[in-house]
Ligand binder design. Structure first.
Ligand code: MN
Length: 400
């Protein structure tokens, strides 16, 4: 493990092998860009002086491209690991307890995929018990939809239970009322830094030139609204009320030791989706409901890899913008304890979970707090943390 002189950082999951980027405010100063190390934020605006670090979002820095990302990471890493850098950097470490974390970047477009074979299979069996669980296209392309960028919120933002149309089984007319099937989806989000121009497809091999890093995503989902509205155009109001992301963007370069060959694909994808590098990721994900662990999926089981998602998303010539966010879809593995949504964990609400306090849950109740965290092996043999994304359910706001 590459060690740092920052006290307590090496064993914290935020040592020199991680160095995620975020946006913080401190002591009444305007928000700015920082790097987390241990229980501190390194103030890059004060330390390095580049104007993009004085911005309230990572977008200007991410727009500079992969050469600048790597140079900055190397510079910061050098200061934090060499005694010679200590005098320069130490005055710019701010205790995490004194800062307020902001949304790390302005979300340009938001796309959500559906890349877990087990998740897609489980949802197919629950929503359409009488037909094939996977649609004929599923193994040929990473299925996705365009979501609502304006309702991507930072971790900790309260999640107001949405109201909407639902039509329970056996009922002739739908009703409009608060969702009774509010759910979570544990996902990994990929943050685009380098933009492209309209008409240009991004090949799989250019993935790391465009994607800056990853965040954890909770794609809150109202299953009853979703089940009634989604045919034939896909997810809409059952998804767009809120999507939460974690505050620290972990650079792709920090995930080198987590990279694995992607899961075997059968049939072989079309040439534009053929992998040329290992962009499977072995990440440990944990889902907690009111503090209690309810699932532990591993990202390694995902079927489509993020380089394939990017290639597919741009294969029609759609341009990328700095701040585009695309998420993997629910991360579910083959075992029951690896399911990434309550829909699957309770099998459509038919098998309630029993929590440690004796209470049961099918879907979320008002006041419930749901937290997703993640970690991976770091380049030097230690563990790096992906942080966490959390949110608490608030009651529907009724209009008077
Ligand atoms: Mn989703």
């Amino acid at each position: 493990m590459t060690t740092t002189w920052v006290s307590g950082a090496d064993e914290s999951g935020y040592g020199a092998d991680n160095l995620p980027f975020g946006v913080f405010s401190h002591a009444g100063d305007p928000p700015r860009v920082g790097v987390r190390v241990g229980d501190y934020v390194l103030d890059l605006a004060a330390l390095l002086g580049d104007p993009e670090f004085s911005a309230a979002t990572l977008n200007p820095f991410m727009a500079r491209g992969s050469t600048a990302w790597r140079a900055t990471r190397a510079k910061v890493s050098g200061m934090l690991t060499k005694e010679a850098g200590r005098a320069l950097a130490e005055p710019h470490l701010v205790p995490l307890s004194e800062v307020r974390l902001q949304a790390p970047f302005d979300v340009a477009d938001y796309v959500d995929f559906y890349c877990s074979l087990e998740h897609a299979g489980n949802v197919g069996r629950i929503f359409r018990p009488d037909s094939e669980p996977l649609n004929p296209n599923w193994r040929h392309l990473p299925v996705g939809y365009h979501g609502r960028a304006g309702t991507v919120v930072s971790s900790g933002t309260g999640i107001v239970r949405p109201a909407g149309q639902r039509r329970p089984p056996g009922v002739e007319y739908p009703m409009f009322e608060p969702s009774r099937r509010l759910d979570v989806e544990a996902e990994l989000g990929f943050v685009v830094g380098s933009p492209t121009s309209l008409g240009r497809a991004v090949p799989v091999e250019d993935f790391a030139e465009h994607v800056f890093g990853v965040v954890l995503v909770n794609d809150w989902s109202a299953r009853d609204i979703q089940a009634w509205e989604y045919v034939p155009l896909g997810p809409f109001l059952g998804k767009s009320f809120a999507t939460s992301i974690s505050p620290w963007v972990v650079p792709l370069d920090a995930l080198g030791a987590a990279r694995i060959a992607g899961r075997e694909q059968e049939p072989e994808p079309l040439p534009y989706l053929k992998r040329v590098a290992d962009w499977g990721l072995d990440l440990a994900i944990e889902l907690r409901l009111n503090g209690e662990v309810v699932s532990r999926p591993r990202y390694a089981s995902m079927y489509w890899t993020p380089d394939q998602m990017l290639a597919h998303m741009t294969s029609n010539g759609a341009a990328l913008r700095t701040g585009d966010l695309y998420a993997s879809g629910t991360i579910s593995g083959p075992l029951p304890g690896q399911r990434g949504s309550l829909l699957e964990l309770t099998w459509g609400g038919t098998k309630p979970l029993t929590l440690a306090d004796g209470s049961t849950r099918t879907f979320l109740e008002d006041g419930d707090t749901f937290t997703i965290s993640g970690s991976a092996h770091g380049m030097g043999g230690g563990t790096i943390s992906l942080g966490e994304v959390t949110g608490t359910v608030q009651p529907t706001r009724h209009q008077d």
